[in-house]
Design a protein around this ligand. Structure first.
Ligand SMILES: [Zn+2]
Length: 479
């Protein structure tokens, strides 16, 4: 789109926007040259993984970029002034013209709406993007308005301001690192040009070091990731038990070397894979099988490893009780209490799929237990029914090799809740189907039932349920 049309659209927008245009209350607001953009009342702007995600149509309508959506391939194409960005729903790998970049947060679907990362897109098209972390405001400033200082005076509080890596003759011929992501226990680095990664394992503390010789960061890198003016940055990793974080830096300029460090919670083997021709992906995969260092993994040295899974979390509340209490909070309280008790057991290690109010996909919960080669998997839930009369305790299994475990767990669970016994049942639930060890899903009671709900949120019942989980585990394991 030509600048004239762009300006015209901006002008139209300024004329039609109501005085108090609202981004959904309590969520992030977006200002373009000092004017608030509306996302539409039904579609809130979301902050996902520290990326502000906005509806695609907001970009089309307010920024005047040419936007195309392919329903079949779930691909978003955005064009402006000869530059083309392609993003795919649920994929962190994206492209700018023909270069692969890695997004901090993949585009996602909410109902029929596609949400895309506004900072990344804005910066690609020359907008200055700042973030006021106190007021939760994103400011987009067009080059035209940059001199007028009409924008909200937000600082780049998240440190994510784009850092322009100075181009010079010395960087000619170097490989360019465009981005990184950490997903499914894999570090993926996107890079243009040729650099053969050197990967090594270091102990005390345990970490994996990846050096990319003859490489530097490209201008794109700082838009997808945090990069400070000294060309250092880090990525927090919270959902994977092996990894505490990722660091990266321009380690040396003579010769040029980009270094990534995966900080580990314990020694871990890995495999390295490089794919692509001129635009490459370097993948450091921590799911690699190994016999060498398993002695340091939890659950070894004769100890049994139990994975406790608190159902739901964050945006997914689970069942909502008659008085409005959330299932996710009950589930979390139980696993935290049970984990405390299990930590006192000499022969049992425990890993939680979540230990706070965060969201995890079902497949990630199962993968965590499978990757750890856990001995047992227990998912904690509370139920809900259309009938307020439904009440009581159920234990579910999906695979035949989980049934004996379900019987033992249920025996203690029913005693603990004191609610009516609805039995051990077959249930085709993802987490107990896709796990590879004996796995059960506990439905402690019905939040849609007044009596069950009030009982389930008492400290004494929760303590008893936590104790019953420990008793069941110990009996089943013969400990
Ligand atoms: Zn549930």
């Amino acid at each position: 789109m030509k600048k004239f049309a762009f300006t015209l659209l901006l002008l139209l927008f300024v004329l039609v926007i109501p005085e108090h245009g609202q981004a959904a209350a309590g969520t992030n607001k977006i200002f373009l040259d000092g004017r608030e953009l509306t996302a539409g009342q039904d579609v809130p702007v979301e902050n996902v993984n520290n990326s502000v995600m906005v509806p695609l149509r907001m970009i089309a309508e307010n920024l005047g970029y040419k936007v195309d959506w392919n329903q079949k391939s779930k691909t978003v194409t955005i064009e402006q002034q000869g530059k083309t960005i392609k993003l795919i729903v649920d994929q962190t790998a994206a492209s700018v013209d023909d270069k692969t970049v890695i997004l901090q947060t993949a585009p996602l679907l909410r109902g029929g709406t596609t949400l895309v990362p506004i900072r990344f897109i804005g910066e690609q098209f020359g907008l200055t993007v700042t973030w006021d972390n106190v007021q939760k405001i994103v400011n987009l400033i067009t080059p035209e308005a940059a001199g007028n200082n009409t924008g909200n005076d937000g600082n780049a509080g998240d440190g994510g301001t784009s850092v322009v890596v100075p181009p010079s003759e010395t960087t000619n011929g170097l490989a360019m690192v465009n981005g990184l992501s950490f997903n499914e226990n894999r570090l993926t680095i996107a890079m243009d040009g040729s650099s053969v990664p050197k990967v090594s394992k270091i102990t005390g503390p345990d970490r994996i070091v990846i050096d990319l010789p003859n490489a530097t960061f490209s201008d794109l890198f700082g838009t997808g990731q945090v990069l400070d003016p000294n060309l250092n940055g880090s990525l927090a990793v919270t959902d994977y038990p092996d990894v505490s974080g990722i660091r990266y830096s321009l380690y040396s300029t003579s010769p040029y070397t980009v270094r990534f460090v995966i900080d580990l919670n314990h020694a871990k083997n890995y495999s390295v894979e490089v794919t692509g021709d001129s635009s490459k992906l370097v993948v450091i995969d921590l799911n690699a099988q190994s016999t060498e260092d398993t002695a340091t993994l939890p659950g070894n040295n004769g100890r049994k490893l139990v994975v406790l899974d608190a159902g739901h979390g964050a945006k997914d509340s689970g069942a909502v009780g008659v008085t409005g209490k959330y299932e996710k909070n009950f589930n979390l309280a139980i696993v935290l209490k049970a984990a405390e008790l299990l930590k006192k057991e000499n022969n049992i290690d425990v890993v939680l799929t979540r230990s706070d109010d965060t969201f995890l996909e079902l497949k990630d919960r199962a993968a965590m237990a499978n990757n750890l080669k856990a001995d047992l998997f227990i998912s904690v839930h509370a139920n809900s029914s259309g009938s307020s009369a439904a009440s009581g305790t159920e234990t579910y299994y999906q695979r035949a090799d989980s049934k004996a475990f379900a019987n033992v767990m249920h025996k203690y669970l029913v005693q603990a809740t004191g609610l009516s016994d609805r039995g051990v049942r077959y249930g085709n639930f993802h987490v107990i189907r896709e796990t590879t060890m004996p796995a059960v899903l506990l439905e402690a009671g019905y939040l849609s039932n007044k009596k069950d709900e009030s009982q389930l949120f008492t400290e004494s019942l929760q303590n008893k349920v936590a104790e019953s989980i420990v008793k069941g585990i110990k009996e089943y394991l013969g400990l």
